[in-house]
Design a protein around this ligand. Structure first.
Ligand code: EPZ
Length: 420
């Protein structure tokens, strides 16, 4: 298994270009199952999860023509409606093929997403919504078997114990595009990736209003045609590189960032005492000469502070002055990175769903192990700031969500290499 070795303590300087958003691309690739004809998706990030989704579509019988960072998908020839377990189990995002398969073909078998390191991943809201639209769903030997002659538009309240659900909203919105009549989704997720999916679907001929708000209105249509779409830049990759510039006391410009997608993160960075300059051609500039102060963070659904930035921001707070309290309101167990950061010299203790992060620490390079995509990003950030050398194993977790991480960090001056 590959390892990444980083020699820390070098201030990062320069410009980095963002890739397309993983969490926007996954549901959009699934949405091509709804179309009669070929869809063309551009600005795809080169990531393991994207490869996995394309392999799932291929196994269903879709015709796939891969470009450098684009793909043409024709789903006319789809005849198989069972997503292969060995692919689905590696990526929870696979659940978002359920809605489109049901809406277009009336059948779907997808294995239940098991647990994962960030905590249980229930799908009760997905199933509640699809059943409301008329799907018959049974669970058999770890599989979700769903059938629907014709979905019927309904009013659905989709809020759960943790607020809205991104992929449940995506699944329901996709299913409703071909349902009979109108569907209202209340307490829909407002994440930019959901708005991106709605834009793609409307380009295919869907009739969706309210994308980006908590209330979606979808008028069912008889059929959708293939669409062409350019994926938005990855806001979590942008946030991760903002923290990389800060944690190494460097100066980094991030090209292609849509600042509106990062409001809560920019707000917390400025509360900590750094300045984020928003330049016109969608680029963010960060400069940190040190002296950040600790701030408290609570993760919330968009536009609140994103849970996918919690681990990265925690690494930064270990070096700030004072103590910060970081609370997870989305995935309360999402603290696997605490143990590894403490091994690098952090002083973080847990109180329920809050981490108490003592600042003013110094990271010391050592051997650590990646575990979850964003927890691994936090270890990379700590290693970039650490004294000495850090060796990170199981880096395949990073390959799922960060395109060409080693190259991008090297162009910013990091002393980083990947070894077999
Ligand atoms: C999406 O996951 C993202 N993944 C996650 O990013 C992200 O952390 C999450 O949204 C929250 O923003 C993709 O888009 C592929 P949720 P999703 O349903 O849709 C609970 C990353 O690192 N819930 O919005 O699966 C759930 O347990 C990944 O890129 C239910 O209770 O997350 C959680 O507490 C990690 N019942 C909360 O809702 C349900 O049926 C939000 O989860 C569904 C979810």
């Amino acid at each position: 298994m590959d390892k990444i070795i980083i020699k820390g303590g070098i201030p990062l300087k320069g410009r980095v270009k963002l890739s397309g958003s993983k969490n926007s691309a996954l549901p959009i690739l699934a949405a091509t199952l709804l179309a009669e004809g070929t869809s063309n998706i551009e600005n795809l990030p080169l990531l393991k999860d994207i490869e996995t989704m394309l392999r799932i579509l291929d196994s269903l019988g879709a015709k796939i023509e891969l470009g450098k960072r684009s793909v043409k998908i024709n789903t006319e020839s789809v005849r198989n409606f069972t997503a292969p377990y060995d692919l689905v189990r590696t990526m929870r995002g696979s659940i978002c093929i359920l809605g489109p398969l049901l809406a277009r073909f009336g059948r779907a078998v997808v294995s239940l997403p098991g647990g994962c390191v960030i905590g249980p991943r229930p799908i009760d809201l997905h199933l509640k919504g699809l059943e409301k639209l008329g799907a018959k769903i049974e669970m058999k030997k770890g599989d979700i078997k769903a059938k629907a002659k014709k979905l019927k538009g309904k009013r659905i309240f989709l809020g759960g114990a943790f607020g809205s659900s991104v992929l449940a909203t995506a699944n329901l919105m996709m299913a409703a595009t071909l349902a009979d009549g109108e569907t209202l989704i209340e307490f829909a997720a407002c994440e930019p990736e959901v708005a991106d999916l709605a834009n793609f679907l409307n380009g295919m001929g869907a009739k969706i209003d309210g994308a980006g708000s908590h209330f979606l209105r979808i008028k069912g249509v008889r059929r959708l045609k293939g669409g062409t779409y350019r994926i938005v830049p990855d806001r979590i990759e942008a946030g991760t590189y903002l923290v990389a510039g800060l944690i190494t006391k460097g100066e980094v410009a991030i090209e292609g960032a849509i600042s509106r997608h990062l409001g809560a993160v920019i707000d917390k960075i400025e509360e900590a005492g750094a300045k984020v300059e928003i330049k016109k051609e969608n680029s963010l500039h960060i400069k940190n000469s040190g002296g950040l102060k600790s701030v408290n963070v609570i993760t919330l659904p968009y536009p609140g502070f994103p849970t996918d930035m919690q681990a990265q921001f925690m690494a930064l707070m270990c070096l700030a002055k004072g103590t910060s309290i970081i609370t997870e309101r989305i995935f309360p167990k999402r603290f696997i990175h605490v143990g590894e950061l403490n091994r690098m010299g952090a002083d973080i203790s847990m109180e329920g769903d809050s981490a108490i992060v003592k600042g003013g620490r110094v990271f010391i390079g050592t051997r650590v192990m990646a575990s979850d995509l964003r927890a691994s990003a936090a270890l990379i950030l700590a290693a970039l700031a650490a004294k000495g050398e850090t060796e990170i194993s199981r880096v395949y977790h990073l390959d799922r969500g960060y395109e060409r991480l080693v190259e991008k960090l090297s162009t910013l001056g990091a002393k980083i290499k990947r070894v077999e």
